[in-house]
Structure formats: C-alpha cells, structure tokens
Write a new protein. Structure first.
Length: 385
C-alpha cells in the first residue's frame, strides 16, 4: 500500500488539525527549527537520539538509527557539535533527523525545507520520499517542482490578500556605500562551543554602492548570518572594519547605528519587543508615527496594527521584521533569509518594496538560498566557501 504524501500550499493550520484528528499518533515538526531543539543535549548526536530512546531495542540500535538518518541528510560531521551552536539551516537538518529517526507512522512537517541550501534540500526531499508512513507537509512560500513531484496530492489553502500597493512610500534614507575592508570574522562566542574565537571567515572585502543589492550565498554553516551581524555591528570582527559612507560602524554609538545599517534576522519572532504591530514598528522610528504608518500601509499590515505580533502568520511576521528594520531609515538594509516563509503574495510585496528601496539609493544586503529572490532584486552574488 502506498502511503499518502500530501503537500499543503499555505501555513497549513486547518489541514494540520484535520490530519492530527485522523492520526492522533502523528509527530509534528514546527516551522521554527529552534523550537524543535530541546536545549538539553551536549551534542547533536544526543539531541537526535532523544526521540528514539523509548523505541529502540538497545543503545546500539539507537545509535545505528541516528547515524543512518544523519548520513542520509549529510550531517554526520555535525554529530559531535553542540546543537545550540549551529546555523539556521544546520538546525533545520538536525530537527528533521530527530523526527525521522523516531520512525513514527505519521508525520506533519511545517515548512520542512526552510533555510536549506540546494544540496541539503535534495537530501531532505529524498528522505521524505523514502518515508514509509502518512506524511503531510506545509509550504507557505513558492513551491518548487521537486516538491510537487513528491506529493501524491496537493491541498491549497486560500491566501487572505493580494500584493500591497507600494506607490505611496516615500523612503527616508541617506544614500551611502557599504564598505567592508579585510574582515576576519570569528566563530560566534558561546560557552558550549570548542571553536569560539577561531576564525570563521578571513579576508572578506566588499563594497556595495548606493542603489545596489548584494546577495550572500553559500552552504549551510558557511557564515552568512555571522557576516551579516558583523556588517551590522552586532558581532565584532577580529580585524578589519566596516563603514557606511565615512562612518565606522563599530565606532558609531549603538543608538545611532540602525540609521547606518539595520538588520532583520532569520527568526522574526525573536525580534518582537512589544504587544502590538503598531507599537513594534513605531518603536524604531526617530520621528514619530507617520513613517511607521507609511511602512505598515506599504507592507499591507495596517489592518493588523492592533494585533499582537505573535498572533500574525509566519509570513506576516517576516514582513513586519523587514518593515521594522526599515523604520530607522537606514542607509543599508541587511536581511537574513527574508523570503523563507513568505506566501506568494507577500513575496511580491517584499520584492516590490526592496526594489523601490534600492531605486531610492538604499543599499540592500541579503543572505539567501532563494535563487528567485536573488534574480528578482537584481543582486550581485558574493559566495562564502
């Protein structure tokens, strides 16, 4: 008997409820990869093994299962590392390994391919294809033909709105080039990491002119997010410097820095500071609420102004994170995987606004595996190896 593999186009809340009612034994992989990590294990191997401990006949069988799935996903090199010291894409792969190792009879996966490079994506799809059980997964973003080919059936959820009208936005920014000079970037500091202080990237030199877009690409774990944080002055380089125009980012006061370069990270939920969408975006503006309201309107979030940001869809949260990064009127906008969870409509809204921002003289730097986004924003590619 062939088991069903159902692809849900959308965030899949209704489909998930029906699937879990039909399969109460099903396991769920949450959309946020970090929410699937226990935080209790000292190694990736132990993290993956947690779920299978109760079902394996003995310890050797458990370890064998962990290594088999890890090899299929190409993450055996991560098994000795701490699970909280991984990149977003690596964390997603560990979360997938954890749930597939258990060998449940039914799985629901929320956006399981988010943040994966092309090679990792193919390995994850192959593992999904090999799964012998009832499988349903959701994808709120644009769906590739490889996903469609895997599905035995496709369920389409209705999206709530059309792309927003971006004609009214009047950008507030001081056009200036972004220059990074011979950066040596260390492995991020963490108490559990044996590599803290070691060099992650060296000799990074780049220049992005006003009105230009740059895409940082590379395999999962290559250092894209860390480089973005270094450019934004959040992480300190071992050597070298970053400047926006004539301003040295590291020497600029923290309060002033977001007007030079502003960053929206890979996980929007971790940037939420207030209890309403309106407060969230106006908190970062330097001249009252008017500009914040313009941004809400342009990002089609005005109708959600009174809502708690945590109650928004993943797609709307991602748009809000970008809008908040723009609220400080930065010369440089830095975005980490900005299209990862966007609905097709919200994707069009984002692309239109990003192109409008660069046409006004803004500098855009994105870390992304999304080849379509890179093309649509006409970005020059800088690959990390």
């Amino acid at each position: 008997m062939r088991h069903r593999k159902v692809l849900v186009l959308g965030e899949g809340q209704d489909a998930r409820a029906e699937f879990l009612a039909e399969h109460p034994e099903a396991l769920v992989l949450q959309a946020n990869p970090y929410a699937n990590i226990s935080g209790l294990a000292d190694t990736v191997e132990d993290e993956i093994a947690y779920g299978v401990e109760l079902t394996a006949s003995n310890r050797d069988a458990m370890r064998q299962s962990v290594h088999e799935v890890s090899e299929k996903l190409g993450i055996t090199y991560l098994l000795g590392k701490h699970p909280l010291g991984l990149s977003g894409g690596q964390t997603q792969l560990v979360a997938l390994a954890s749930i597939f190792t258990i060998k449940s009879t039914a799985l629901f996966l929320e956006n399981p391919l988010v943040g994966l490079d092309a090679s990792a994506r193919q390995r994850a799809l192959a593992l999904m294809e090999q799964y012998r059980g009832e499988l349903m997964w959701s994808n709120p973003a644009r769906v590739g033909e490889d996903e469609r080919a895997l599905a035995t059936s496709i369920v389409e959820e209705v999206f709530e709105h059309a792309p927003a009208d971006q004609q009214s936005i009047k950008w507030r920014l001081d056009p200036a080039a972004l220059v990074a000079e011979n950066l040596e970037v260390p492995v991020p500091s963490a108490r559990w990491s044996k590599r803290t202080g070691q060099t992650l990237l060296s000799g990074v030199t780049l220049e992005v002119a006003p009105g230009e877009s740059l895409a940082l690409t590379g395999a999962n774990g290559s250092g894209k997010s860390t480089l973005l944080k270094t450019l934004a002055g959040i992480a300190k380089p071992k050597s070298g410097r970053v400047r926006v125009g004539e301003q040295d980012v590291a020497r600029t006061k923290t309060k002033r820095r977001p007007q030079l370069i502003s960053l929206a990270t890979q996980q929007p939920r971790y940037q939420i500071l207030t209890t309403s969408v309106e407060r969230e975006i106006t908190a970062g503006t330097s001249d009252g609420k008017d500009y914040g309201h313009q941004l809400l309107q342009s990002f089609d979030l005005e109708s959600s102004a009174a809502e708690n940001p945590y109650d928004l869809s993943n797609s709307a949260q991602q748009l809000l994170a970008v809008a908040c990064a723009l609220a400080s009127a930065p010369s440089v906008l830095a975005l980490d995987e900005p299209s990862a969870s966007l609905s097709p409509q919200d994707y069009q809204t984002l692309v239109g606004l990003l192109n409008s921002f660069t046409q006004a003289g803004g500098v855009l730097v994105v870390a992304s595996h999304d080849e379509e986004l890179i093309r649509d924003i006409n970005a020059r590619v800088f690959t990390l190896t």
